[in-house]
Ligand binder design. Structure first.
Ligand code: 5GP
Ligand code: MN
Length: 338
C-alpha cells in the first residue's frame, strides 16, 4: 500500500474509526468490515461499523455483527446516529466498494467528512475519494486485502479466531468456495494463514451455505422448475422474480443470493442473469464465464458495475420493462457470447 508508513503512524494513536461497506452487504463486505473492526478495536481504537441497509441473517453469526449500525427503511434513527458517527470520525474506512453511490445517502456524508479516508477494495473503475488506497482488482476478496494490510502493518499477532473467521468468510464466498477464476495460489495462501490464526473452514461453510430456511429451498425449487429460462442463441440463462413471487416464498434479505449461479452451472452457458423486484428498484445480478465482461455491460446499461465475471446493477423500470430492456441489450453482445 502507498503511504503505508503514514497510515501506520496514524493507527499508532487512538482514532475514532467508522467502517462503511456497501448496500446489502454480502459475506465479503461484512466479513472484511467486522474482521477489520475486530483488529482495530484490539489496537485500542473506537470503532463503529455502519451498513447502508440490513444484511442477510446467515451472516448474523459473525462476531461483532450485533454492534453494526444498519440503516433501515423504516426508521430515521440509525441514519442520525450514522451521521453523528461519520461527522465525529477521525478515520473512515470504505470496504468492498469504490464508488460512493454504493452507500446511497451516506456517500454525501463521507464526501463532507473531515476524517482521513481509507479505501480497501477490488472492484473495477474506482472513484478517487480516499487519502489512503489499497486497491487490487486481482485480489479475489476485500477480506484478503484487509489481511494483507494487517500483515503490512506487522500486526498479524493480533489476529484471533473471530477476526480470522470473518476474513475467511469473505475469501470463501468471493471465490465461490475457491472455485471461481479469481482463485489463485495467493488465495489459498491467505486461506491457509487464516486457518493458522484459528479460522474454521467447515464451521464457516456451514454457517453460510447450510443455513437455509425451508422457504428459501422451496424458492430455489420454484426458480429451477419454472423461472430459469435459456436463450441458446446467446448461451445465456436468465431468471426473473416479481415482488409477489418473493413474497409467496417468504423471501428475506439474502435469499436471492447465489440463485444466479444456477444459470451458469448449465453446460455451455456463458452468461447468467437474475432480475428481481426489490420494491424500490429492480436489482440485476450478472455472472459470466471466461472473457465476457459483465462489468462493462452493468455499467453501460444498468447503472452498475463490479468485476469482469460478476457484477450487478439496478433499474427504475418495472420488472417487465427491465427484462425487455435486457433482451434488447443482449443482441449487442451476440458475437462475444458465441
Ligand atoms: P451481486 O450480484 O452479488 O449483488 O454483486 C456482484 C458484484 O457486483 C459484487 O462485487 C458487487 O459489489 C457488485 N455490484 C452489485 N450491484 C452493484 C451495483 O448496483 N453497482 C455497482 N457498482 N456494483 C454492484
Ligand atoms: Mn468483495
Amino acid at each position: 500500500m502507498e503511504k503505508l508508513h503514514a497510515l501506520k503512524t496514524f493507527l499508532n494513536r487512538p482514532q475514532k474509526v467508522v467502517i462503511l461497506t456497501h448496500f446489502k452487504p454480502d459475506a465479503d463486505a461484512l466479513g472484511s468490515s467486522l474482521g477489520l473492526a475486530g483488529f482495530l478495536t484490539k489496537k485500542g481504537h473506537k470503532v463503529q461499523v455502519i451498513t447502508p441497509s440490513d444484511f442477510p441473517l446467515f451472516l448474523a453469526w459473525m462476531p461483532g455483527s450485533h454492534e453494526v449500525l444498519a440503516l433501515s427503511k423504516n426508521s430515521t434513527e440509525p441514519f442520525k446516529k450514522a451521521e453523528e458517527a461519520i461527522n465525529k470520525a477521525t478515520l473512515i474506512f470504505c470496504l468492498d466498494f469504490s464508488s460512493l453511490g454504493r452507500i446511497n445517502e451516506l456517500g454525501d456524508l463521507v464526501t463532507k467528512a473531515k476524517a482521513k479516508k481509507v479505501m480497501i477494495d477490488h472492484h473495477l473503475e474506482p472513484e478517487n475519494f480516499a487519502d489512503f488506497i489499497k486497491w487490487d482488482t486481482k485480489a479475489a476478496s476485500t477480506a484478503g486485502l484487509v489481511f494483507e494490510l494487517i500483515k503490512e502493518l506487522d500486526e498479524e499477532s493480533l489476529i484471533d479466531e473471530n477476526i480470522a473467521n470473518c476474513l475467511y468468510s469473505g475469501l470463501m464466498t468471493d471465490t465461490g468456495g475457491f472455485r471461481h477464476s479469481n482463485t489463485t495460489q495467493k488465495e489459498f495462501q491467505i486461506a491457509s494463514d487464516l486457518v493458522g490464526f484459528g479460522a474454521d473452514p467447515s464451521a464457516v461453510a456451514r454457517q453460510i451455505y447450510d443455513n437455509n430456511t425451508i422457504e428459501r429451498l422451496r424458492l430455489v425449487g420454484y426458480v429451477l422448475n419454472e423461472k430459469l429460462k435459456i436463450l441458446p442463441e446467446y448461451n445465456t440463462a436468465y431468471i426473473t422474480l416479481s415482488e409477489e413471487e418473493l413474497k409467496k416464498y417468504g423471501s428475506q434479505t439474502g435469499d436471492t443470493e447465489g440463485l444466479v449461479n444456477w444459470g451458469l452451472s448449465i453446460k455451455g452457458i456463458k452468461f447468467a442473469v437474475i432480475l428481481y423486484d426489490r420494491k424500490e428498484e429492480i436489482k440485476l445480478s450478472f455472472r459470466s464465464i471466461g472473457d465476457f465482461n459483465v462489468n462493462e455491460l452493468a455499467r453501460k446499461h444498468f447503472e452498475g458495475g463490479g468485476h469482469k465475471n460478476a457484477s450487478g446493477g439496478s433499474s427504475k423500470l418495472t420488472l417487465e420493462n427491465t427484462l425487455t430492456k435486457f433482451l434488447e441489450v443482449l443482441p449487442l453482445y451476440k458475437d462475444q457470447l458465441n
